[in-house]
Design a protein around this ligand. Structure first.
Ligand code: NAD
Ligand code: GLY
Length: 369
């Protein structure tokens, strides 16, 4: 078992990573039990997996059978209407502030349940049990919770930290390979931000991880969680610029997701992969990063089955159109958009002086390549 602390004063908590952890969930979660049965919130796909029953039976063995709320799978569940359904149901079930609601699923369930927990009775506790690779290495840690609004993704939300995060990598055995690859992009991200040795590890071990090697998977999850916990502990609310580094690839990626309609034409992790490759290619154009390093990154992403260019991502929109999407990014501040660029692998930095017309020209050149 690896235990990673997230140090946030009175909001501190632990992330536990251990294959088979769900089998022991009864004893691990017993200290978090309230007067009422646990409530597990999940989606219909996850509820159909054998590990759902592993958790259900483990909790039933130490207390009353948990109550279960099943929501439809997919990004559209991060909506006002599902938030209303969920909060109504939690209130009907009598959830109190001191209770711990369990979010079992990917980033969609984690983000929605976390947000619901931040508002039910002015805030109750919740526990993240992430079951996608993306959620295990990124979204379950750090307390960003949100739903989408008509104006864009994740625009309505709150910082609300979980009380505990339980990661059982064995739950990934049933995850579709495309979802695994999308989550892997977020693992590569940590190497590119500030850990060149870890990027080297990814080059050497990424294929084994994607082919289901338990040892590679567990190592990469623990390493990613530790990287994220360190950043979140330093800059919980993204005020100093440190946490913003976690958005590497997201500004370019956001434009690609918008152009593909935030649909399964391009998953979030796939957009982040192409976005990271574009951020490095743009850094090369600005004379800040070597072409050899940008080529190494694109090569690794493609070996992992991830897109590393506009063409790979199936995007043919003009640079102007793509920059137009970026202008609706929630990171816009004072009429400018900060960009995560890089001086090399592991040397990402926040650039505030980026000329958007130059970005559009770069995208036009990239599209034609
Ligand atoms: P997701 O939650 O939609 O899960 C992907 C699919 O896999 C779904 O169909 C789900 O039902 C299914 N699934 C989940 N676990 C499974 C398993 N073990 N076996 C089989 N199927 C399984 O998608 P995601 O990629 O986990 O999360 C994406 C969301 O995360 C986006 O909404 C994004 O905005 C959010 N996000 C949040 C943060 C944050 O810091 N809060 C960070 C990154 C992404
Ligand atoms: N996924 C970006 C963050 O948590 O800040």
């Amino acid at each position: 078992m690896t235990t990673v602390p997230v140090s946030l004063g009175e909001r501190s908590y632990e992330v536990r990573v251990e294959p088979g952890l769900l089998e022991r969930a009864g004893e691990v979660l017993e200290p978090y039990a309230g007067k009422r049965p646990f409530v597990i919130v999940t989606d219909e796909n996850v509820a159909a997996q054998p590990f759902f029953w592993t958790l259900y039976n483990a909790l039933s063995s130490v207390g009353p059978a948990p109550q279960v709320i099943k929501l439809p799978p997919g990004e559209s569940t991060k909506s006002w209407s599902q938030l209303e359904t969920l909060t109504d149901r939690l209130i009907e079930l009598g959830v109190e502030r001191s209770d711990h609601v369990i979010a079992l699923g990917g980033g969609v369930i984690g983000d929605l349940v976390g947000f619901a927990a931040s508002v039910v009775k002015r805030g109750c506790n919740f526990i993240q049990i992430p079951t996608t690779l993306l959620a295990q290495v990124d979204s379950s840690v750090g307390g960003k919770t949100a739903i989408n609004s008509r104006a864009g993704k994740n625009l309505i939300g709150a910082f609300h930290q979980p009380a505990l995060v339980l990661i059982d990598p064995d739950t990934l055995d049933t995850l579709p390979p495309r979802e695994t690859r999308a989550g892997y992009a977020e693992i590569v991200k940590y190497g590119l931000i500030d850990d060149p040795d870890f990027f080297g590890w990814c080059e050497a071990n990424g294929t084994a991880l994607l082919n289901g090697s338990g040892a590679a998977r567990e190592y990469a999850i623990a390493k990613s969680v530790a990287a994220k916990a360190a950043i979140v502990s330093e800059d919980e609310r993204e005020t100093t610029g440190r946490r913003a580094l976690l958005n590497l690839g997201h500004t370019f990626g956001h434009a690609l997701e918008a152009d593909t309609g935030f649909s399964d034409r391009l998953l979030h992790g796939e957009a982040v992969a192409a976005g990271m490759a574009l951020a490095f290619a743009y850094s090369v154009r600005r004379g800040e990063c070597s072409g050899q390093e940008a080529g190494r990154i694109a090569g690794h992403l493609r070996t992992a089955g991830l897109p590393a260019s506009l063409a790979d991502a199936g995007v043919s929109a003009s640079g102007e159109t793509l920059v137009g999407y970026m202008l609706h990014d929630k990171k816009m501040a004072g009429g400018t958009l900060p960009f995560l660029l890089a001086r090399g692998i592991g040397q990402t930095y926040l650039a505030k002086n980026v000329d958007l017309a130059d970005v559009a020209a770069f995208l036009d050149e990239s599209r034609d390549r």
